[in-house]
Design a protein around this ligand. Structure first.
Ligand SMILES: Nc1ncnc2c1ncn2[C@@H]1O[C@H](COP(=O)(O)OP(=O)(O)OP(=O)(O)O)[C@@H](O)[C@H]1O
Ligand SMILES: [Mg+2]
Length: 396
């Protein structure tokens, strides 16, 4: 077979330093590349399109689709370990990689829990970790039977392929459930997951990095805010969270990481309720709830993901300030981010601005801003002002 050509300008990996392959060219791969540069390890990215966030950052790029077995196999050759920017690589392709001797972290068996919400719910329930009541349903009658024990409203989710709230619906009554089920065609292998609607106090995320040797680094538990299903704000550590709930959230994340044998970063999204924390879902890669760690922690989630998949000693996950606030910048009505960018920099020299090199489309994650310090209200004000200005929501 012809070796895959090295694209012009691709740096040769440094002598003796490994190359990590990351499948997917989104902003997570782009930010992992910053961490790889600092560590001096190689990062090779499989991107589908030159316009993708990580592709625009250059470096060791290969072109191909994550669901093309040949492209993935050619990409993986020469990588010491293959990992992910997203969870959408089909299981059979991952199994082939492992079969051909490639090290894949997290393993396909672990990753399956982040790929399929029904699989995740079944595994988590089996470990005894608390989660909302749930059931697999396939008809309006089954939704109604579920609601008789869990109550209305019911949350209906597609088991695979959803993100940023796409694939999640809250239905108030049997008629709404029937309309949704009748009007939504599920792709092959996708099921309906019904969940109890949790009237949470707030949403949390607990992140851990775990290496193949079993070393773990546990990040402070953060508060996340989702608006229309999209993460918009993260505060680290979660303000006002009782020590009991913070510890419980961290223990849940550790228990899941061990039970599912996760390697790399694990993010556990949780609902905080008066009776304790409940697991919403899992991600086995760097996650939006950990972007604060780039500027706000001793070791970012991107660096610890690389360290973990390479089985290097992990870095400290400790926060560098009393409070760290991260606010996402979503695409707005006006596409000229650069003019706004100058303004927010001039207004607030302590603000850290991260842009993903993505074309602006309404609602799309195109960047984030981070601030840190000791006055939480002031930090929230600064971060939201900057994000709103960048999004074109305000003009002064
Ligand atoms: N059982 C529930 N009860 C109440 N709200 C819920 C429930 N499940 C989900 N939600 C709300 O919907 C949001 C999105 O749900 P979920 O995290 O399952 O979807 P997603 O699209 O896979 O998200 P992500 O972009 O994080 O992958 C949650 O963050 C939460 O705000
Ligand atoms: Mg989620």
């Amino acid at each position: 077979m012809t070796p895959v050509a090295r694209p012009v300008g691709t740096p040769a990996p440094s002598l003796g330093f490994p190359v990590v392959g990351m499948i997917g060219g989104g902003q997570l791969a782009r930010m992992t590349q910053e961490a790889a540069l600092a560590l001096g390890v190689g990062l090779r990215v499989l991107a589908a399109d030159p316009g993708e966030s990580a592709a625009r950052a250059g470096g060791d790029l290969r072109w191909g689709a994550h669901d093309d077995p040949q492209a993935v196999a050619a990409f993986a050759r020469g990588c010491q370990v293959v990992t992910f920017d997203h969870e959408h690589v089909p299981g059979p392709i991952l199994a082939d990689l492992v079969g051909s001797g490639i090290t894949v972290r997290p393993s396909p068996a672990a990753l399956a829990h982040a790929q399929d919400k029904v699989h995740m719910r079944a595994a988590i329930s089996a470990t005894g970790v608390p989660c909302p009541e749930w059931a697999v349903v396939s008809s309006p009658e089954q939704v109604q039977a579920f609601a008789e024990r869990a109550g209305w409203p019911v949350v209906l989710k597609v088991s695979r392929g959803g993100y940023d709230g796409r694939g999640v619906w809250v239905v108030e009554d049997p008629a709404e459930a029937a309309t949704l089920l009748a009007g939504t065609a599920l792709a092959q292998g996708v099921e309906w997951l019904a969940e109890q609607y949790v009237p949470f106090i707030r949403e949390l995320a607990a992140q851990v990095a775990r290496s193949p040797s079993g070393q773990v680094a546990v990040y402070p538990v953060v508060r996340t805010v989702q608006t229309d299903g999209i993460c918009t704000e993260v505060v680290a550590p979660c303000p006002g969270l009782s020590d009991d709930h913070a510890l419980a959230a961290q223990q849940v994340a550790l228990r899941i990481a061990e039970a599912l044998d996760v390697v790399g970063m694990l993010a556990v999204e949780l609902f905080d309720t008066p009776d304790g924390v409940l697991v919403n879902e899992l991600a086995m890669r760097p996650h939006n709830s950990g972007h604060w760690s780039v500027d706000g922690a001793v070791t970012s989630q991107f660096e610890n993901h690389l360290r973990a998949v390479l089985d290097l000693p992990l870095g400290s996950p400790a926060a560098r300030a009393e409070h760290v606030v991260m606010v996402n910048v979503l695409g707005g009505e006006h596409p000229d981010l650069y003019a706004a960018y100058r303004h927010v920099m001039a207004r607030d020299p302590g603000l850290k601005v991260h842009m993903y090199g993505k074309d602006v489309r309404p609602g799309r994650k195109v960047g984030h801003v981070t601030v840190y310090g000791s006055d939480l209200d002031a930090l929230l004000g600064r971060a939201h002002h900057a994000a709103d200005y960048l999004m074109g929501v305000i003009d002064e």
